[in-house]
Design a protein. Structure first.
Length: 252
């Protein structure tokens, strides 16, 4: 069993980390570079930066923040939000990102995922999917969760895999910020269909939710935000808890 990765997610708006519930009611949670540095020192396996307004505001993501972070952080850095071209991806990788997350742009132009994975390698390309339950099916939302595309989420993740995405960042919009736990049915269904790793996102509130994401949801990595940002649990606590449950994690 590969080591399960623990990934703090930094949602960034106007240069600040924010966190909300179901993608709305955002609260300020601090400086992104300092957060990333803290998590890097304190056991995070990777850091995920998402510029949550970039696609809505039709602009590219935060190169300067990525550069500053890459100077201080020495674990893999995934960056997403407003990534819409090969040039955007190249700029982020040159700025210090290790992986680039593509969400809205992939929906608008499937070819981008294929071209990007061919050019930079599929290990650099993360297919991000924001999914919400609609009439007994999970539907994909774009533009920071504001537009219902009508696309079936499971089928779309399979398509992203076929196009060359190296992993999937799967966020349950229904669970986002609720602290009620991951959407385990969604995770399990995705894991049963896909061969590439799945990063579970949306809903962590307790230590047991991390374990459930692996045991019941078959996730390969566990992403969380507010429980880390507001000091409710530490990455060290999560890893020790998972290790005691027989789950393989990296502990230094």
């Amino acid at each position: 069993m590969l080591k399960i990765r623990i990934i703090p997610c930094l949602d960034v708006k106007d240069g600040r980390v924010v966190k909300g519930i179901n993608f709305v009611n955002l609260k300020d949670a601090g400086d992104p570079v300092e957060h990333a540095k803290y998590y890097s020192i304190n056991g995070a396996d990777e850091i995920c930066f998402l510029d949550i307004r970039a696609s809505i505001e039709n602009r590219s993501t935060m190169i300067n923040i990525v550069k500053k972070t890459a100077e201080k952080v020495f674990i893999p850095l995934t960056v997403g939000g407003g990534v819409s071209s090969i040039k955007d991806i190249r700029n982020l990788l040159n700025a210090g990102a290790d992986k680039v997350s593509i969400n809205t742009a992939a929906i608008l132009n499937e070819r981008l995922v294929y071209d990007a994975s061919e050019r930079f390698g599929n290990q650099c390309i993360v297919g991000a999917v924001d999914a919400k339950m609609n009439e007994n099916n999970w539907t994909v939302y774009s533009h920071g969760g504001t537009k219902n595309t009508g696309i079936n989420a499971i089928k779309w993740m399979k398509k992203l895999e076929e196009l060359g995405a190296g992993e999937i960042l799967l966020t349950s919009m229904d669970r986002d910020g609720t602290k009620n736990g991951f959407d385990l049915k969604l995770l399990k269904k995705a894991a049963d269909q896909l061969k590439i790793p799945i990063i579970a996102s949306g809903g962590v509130g307790k230590l047991k939710h991390f374990k459930e994401g692996v045991i019941k949801g078959s996730a390969n990595a566990l992403l969380a935000a507010s429980v880390f940002h507001f000091g409710e649990v530490s990455i060290k606590e999560v890893k020790e808890y998972l290790k005691s449950a027989g789950i393989n994690v990296r502990i230094e």
